[in-house]
Design a protein around this ligand. Structure first.
Ligand code: PEP
Length: 254
């Protein structure tokens, strides 16, 4: 059965004190809200992973994720963090291919393929991000761009591995800009992605895949987006930094 998920990407925000505070607030506020096949994921900076993992109450549908990882398992890569180190903190998810990584750190589809492998080999689930730029939206190449991102980075995976992935459609023009994709625009792409998966793997895998929307999602627009049949929740940046806003987005899953 398809999971409904709201994941918060704190990016390079929150010192440890603030992070612990907001995490505890969120955990309290969602106690009665998150049920069944719903899950909340918080992705703090690397150095908070262990502290937050230890605070997760057993029996809650709350998990911790990292925002990136290095593709190698260990070695002389000063300043980098591998998937195996992330797994050892108790985290269970890793965001891979966020547009800020693609843009500022030149991460290519072939590098992302290696990162997806590493996350899966270490028993965690990747939250794999895809999405087009404004230029690609305007020149109407966005279907090809998304197809290429998915195909080149992830279609080497076997179905059993693929079924562990979470996909996040994040139009680059909507991230941090206040310009949300309309529910119809997002639904069009989510349905396109699901069809790609059905063609490559099978209809069951496609039906069970969780596909999140990300890009200026907030408490006002979340319900309309999540109501679309192929939108299974959100990857939230700015609005995940305020406990109340984040929890209001989580409530929109219901
Ligand atoms: C993101 O960075 O993944 C994101 C969706 O950011 P925002 O919600 O701030 O647009």
């Amino acid at each position: 059965m398809r999971k409904n998920i709201v994941a918060g990407n704190w990016k390079m925000n929150m010192d440890l004190e603030k992070g612990l505070l907001i995490f505890n607030e969120i955990q309290q506020l969602i106690k009665e809200e998150v049920k069944g096949n719903q899950e909340v994921i918080i992705c703090p900076p690397y150095i908070h992973l262990s502290s937050l993992s230890q605070l997760v109450d057993s029996g809650t549908n709350l998990s911790i994720g990292a925002q990136n990882c290095h593709q190698a398992d260990s070695g002389a890569f000063t300043g980098e963090v591998s998937a195996s180190i992330i797994a050892s903190t108790g985290a269970s998810y890793v965001i891979i291919g966020h547009s800020e990584r693609r843009l500022y750190f030149s991460e290519s589809n072939s590098l992302l393929a290696q990162k997806l492998d590493s996350v899966l080999e270490n028993g965690m689930a990747p939250i794999f991000c895809i999405g087009e730029t404004l230029e690609q939206r305007n020149n109407e190449t966005y279907f090809e761009v998304i197809k290429e991102q998915i195909t080149e980075a992830s279609f080497h995976l076997q179905a059993t591995d693929y079924s562990k992935l979470i996909l996040a459609y994040e139009p680059v023009w909507a991230i941090g800009t206040g310009l949300t994709a309309s529910p119809e625009q997002a639904q069009e792409i989510h349905s396109f992605i699901r069809n790609l998966l059905a063609d490559k793997y099978d209809q069951d895998l496609a039906n069970n895949m969780t596909i999140l929307y990300g890009g200026s999602c907030n408490p006002k627009n979340a319900s309309e987006l999540f109501a679309k049949s192929d939108i299974d929740g959100g990857l939230i940046g700015g609005a995940s930094l305020k406990a109340r806003d984040f929890v209001d987005i989580i409530k929109a899953l219901n």
